[in-house]
Design a protein. Sequence first.
Length: 216
Amino acid sequence: MKTLLLLLLLIFLGTSVYGQTIYLKIGPSFSKLTWNNTMIDENPFQKGIVGYNAIVGINYLNFKYFNISSNLGFIQKGGNQTITYTDDLGDSIGTGEEIERLNFITINTTINFKILIKDFVEPYIFVGPRLDYLLSYKENIVFLEQFDDVGKLNKFIYGLSLGCGITFNVKKFRLGAAFDYYLNFIKQVNYESATGITNQLYDNTYTINALIGYKF
């Protein structure tokens, strides 16, 4: 909670600094789940999902070679696995897909290192702390619910936002694109049951976004 309050403070700080840029990033999110369980030999989530994300941000403390950004938005993560249905004798009677979609509020503050080429073209790389809060999840077969029911589904995920982007400056407008990778320091599920079965669930997520902004 302290991290969330600090990041919110940085966002509001940016609104009072001259020369800031307010922007919107929006685009698809690409995510895949990994489930490690002592009862299974390999990760069953062999497929990823395509979701979406939308981020509102502000750049401030603008210097020649770097600036600071604070961002608040929504991102969808998840995974997809093929499951086999069996009858009472254990014989296969068909297959189906299990799709997990997890919806998060995400907040971060990054430092952006500019690569100067021309005044109107600005490539950059960025890195900074990130906090995600699980708003809700949707699944067509009970999977996450089994962990949620016993209080083992983590609602807060923290880590880093890192990536790269490019902006084109057209007078006071900023147009561009950005690649964001979500590096996690904590797993969505990480516990050992009373019977000694270990469960670990985590995601691998990145986004590709279009960006539009306005410099004050």
